[in-house]
Structure formats: C-alpha cells, structure tokens
Design a protein around this ligand. Structure first.
Ligand code: SF4
Ligand code: SF4
Length: 386
C-alpha cells in the first residue's frame, strides 16, 4: 500500500467522483448516505494518505469510513485523472493494510470469522449448502456447465428462490448442467474487496482446484460478484475455465429459440448491479431478456448503465450493513428512484441487489406498488419457459 502514497496525493478533491456523468445527483453511495466529504472518494483517499504517512491515528471510525465504500466504481467512471482505474485498488489496498495490522471494524471481523469457520458469511452449516436445491442434479463430467450459486443463492431466502428459478429455466431449455452442492466454497469476491487477501487466495485456489478435478470447462454464476471474481481474479490463482453470468446464458437461449417467452403485462425498470455493469460492462443482456418478453414495457431510471446508483450491498455491505439505518441509505434512495419511473416491477440480476432492494421497498412502504424480482423470475413467472 505504501507504494500508492506517492500517487494518492494527486487527487485534488475536485469531487467529480461523487456524481453521475450529468452531475444530476450524488452517485457515490456512501457520500449520498452520510454527506460528509470524508465519505466521498476524495475524502477517503486523503484520509488513507494521512493515515499511511502517520499524520492521523487509526480509529474504529476511520476504519468504518474506509469500509462504507461499496467498491461500486462510480468514482472510476467519473474521475478525470489518469489514476482513475486504480482508485478501488487503492481502497482495497488500504483495507488490506488494516487487516494485516488487525485494525478493522468489528462487523468486518465477524464477516471474516464466519467465512473462516463456516465457509459463508451467514454462519450457516456447510451440510445445508444445497438445502435450496430441491433435487437439482450434481455436476458430473460431461455436463456442459457447472452452475455456481454462491453464498446468497445457497442460504439467503431470496437468493434461494432465484437459484431454484434459474434451475427450472435451464432444465426446461435442455441445458446440460449440474451444481456443486455441499462441495461449493464461497467465491471470495467480498473477502477480496474487504482486504483479506490471504483468505481470498485460499478460497480461489480451492474452487479452481475443485473445478479442475471435476473437469469443469464452463461456469454459470447466479451472482455478479461471483462472476467478477472468477472472471477477473481466479485466472491468477489457477482458474482456467470460461465464466458466464446467467443473464448471458438466458439471453443466448432466447436468441436460439430455446426459450420462447410468453406474453406478459408489466412495466419494468432494471437496476444495473455494479459488479455486472461498471465492473464487467454487461449492460445489454439483462435488458434484452426483458425486451424479449412480449407485453413488457422497459422504462429506464434516471441513473442507469454506467451511471447507475449502487444499492449499497457491495463489498460485503449486504451483511455488514454499514450504510443502513436511514432514508438516505442507498437501497432506499434507489427504491424511490425506481418507483418514480412509474414501473410496477423493479428488475434485478443479482441476489444481493434482490435482498437489498426488497427490504428497501418495504421500508419505503412501496411493496404493494413495486414488486422487486430477478430477471429470471420475471422470465419464468410472467413468461414460463416452454
Ligand atoms: S478521486 Fe478524482 S474525481 Fe475524485 S476528488 Fe480525487 S481527483 Fe477528483
Ligand atoms: S467505489 Fe463507489 S462507494 Fe467507493 S468511493 Fe468510489 S463511488 Fe464511492
């Protein structure tokens, strides 16, 4: 991390990173939540700078400020400086320094302990990892795809529903695939973003080795976070397989007429997950799936695609909840923005966004007017695969 010090001071705190491209609102979720400059990208970078140079002491509050960044990458899009692509790496690097020194917020420490002890952040038993699966077949050599559902797909109620729905669609479309069940490990994306590089390395190597032993050549992930880590970080840890987010696979199946969407009636707005959109440039496939369903009207939120406003769940915040507790919490801001489009359905493509936004819509008392559903649920329930 010390090697970044000479670069961080080039941030001149202009504040462009707080906004979307048209400067219409605040787009850094932690700044939007707390409205202190220390919670913006520039403020955070200067706090890191001062801490690394010994000008300020560590405190729980300083650590919390660092960990309220959801690694959404809005700042990377908006910062005009050459170093913009490195900003999230700097924040992750500073967190790694805090992890090494044992100086992290208690909630983050509990996240790590849960993954160390149980292999997931929810402290659920490994033996229950396939409880969602309802008899879905285990991966066997010769299957085209391994379906990797991740910790949310395995244990979170909304994620489980999403995973079951995807299994039903893949089965009905004749795709050859299997799951890992109890043998699945946490993907480690949040662990990496939270700065625990040793534990991340361990998880990435275990998963990569397991896939290799089983002869897995193609992986479908339920979650954009798993997609991100397997696509961008696993190759350095021996991961040698192709990875697809499920929306890419479903879009392809529709194109090949293996799914024929039935007529539906809904006005839908789509929320871009940060780890699918800004991190991996996948904006079109989820929209194409929705547009392929006759009778669905797709309306965009004011902030969409590269300018989408993060739900606040990234970088482990769906568990640590450091941004929760206010009408200014990012998920609640985003729920109101979705409602303002006049949509009756808020579509997501991530189990973390699904839970964050479902809870936010309830907190805003909008749950009888705005249904939050995953793209696969919209495709299956409004438009059953044939
Ligand atoms: S990170 Fe970039 S956009 Fe943000 S304050 Fe620093 S120089 Fe300006
Ligand atoms: S990654 Fe997102 S939350 Fe973190 S500083 Fe940048 S804009 Fe803010």
């Amino acid at each position: 991390m010390q090697k970044y010090v000479s670069q961080i001071h080039r941030c001149f705190r202009c504040g462009y990173c707080k906004f979307p491209a048209d400067y219409s609102s605040f787009n850094c979720p932690s700044y939007r939540r707390f409205r202190f400059d220390s919670y913006s990208t520039g403020g955070r970078l200067w706090l890191i700078y001062a801490w690394l140079r010994g000008e300020i002491d560590w405190s729980e509050h300083l650590a919390e400020i660092l960990y309220t960044c959801t690694t959404c990458k809005n700042c990377t899009e908006q910062c005009p400086m050459k170093f913009a692509p490195d900003i999230v790496d700097w924040i992750v690097g500073a967190r790694s320094d805090m992890v090494e020194k044992g100086k992290i917020p208690a909630r983050v420490a509990r996240f790590f302990e849960a993954v160390y002890g149980y292999g997931n952040p929810f402290k659920q038993l490994r033996s229950d990892r396939a409880a969602w699966a309802n008899g879905a077949k285990r991966y066997a050599q010769g299957d085209e795809y391994l379906l990797y559902v991740g910790c949310l797909g395995s244990y979170d109620e909304n994620g489980q529903k999403m995973a079951r729905c995807l299994v039903d669609i893949l089965k009905a479309s004749g795709v050859s695939f299997g799951i890992l069940g109890e043998q699945e490990e946490c993907c480690g994306n949040e662990i990496y973003m939270l700065g625990e590089t040793g534990l991340f390395q361990n998880l990435a190597e275990k998963n990569s080795l397991k896939f290799k032993e089983l002869g897995v050549g193609k992986v479908i992930t339920l979650c954009p976070h798993g997609y991100n880590t397997m696509k961008n970080l696993y190759p350095a840890s021996g991961g040698n397989f192709k990875v697809y987010h499920y929306t890419q696979v479903l879009n392809d199946l529709i194109k090949k007429n293996k799914i024929e969407p039935a007529r539906a009636r809904a006005r839908v707005t789509y929320h871009d997950p940060c780890f699918l959109g800004r991190h991996n440039n996948i904006y079109d496939e989820p929209r194409r799936i929705l547009q392929a369903i006759p009778g669905i009207e797709l309306v965009e939120m004011e902030r969409n695609r590269k300018d989408a406003f993060c739900c606040g769940g990234g970088s482990g915040n769906f568990v640590t909840d450091l941004l929760a507790g206010s009408a200014d919490s990012p998920a609640r801001v985003r729920a109101r923005e979705a409602y303002e489009t006049g949509a009756d359905t808020l579509a997501v493509a991530c189990p973390s966004c699904l839970t964050m936004l479902t809870d936010a819509v309830k907190a805003e008392n909008l749950d009888d007017r705005l249904a939050v559903r995953d793209v696969s649920q919209i495709l299956k329930d409004l438009s059953p695969a044939r």
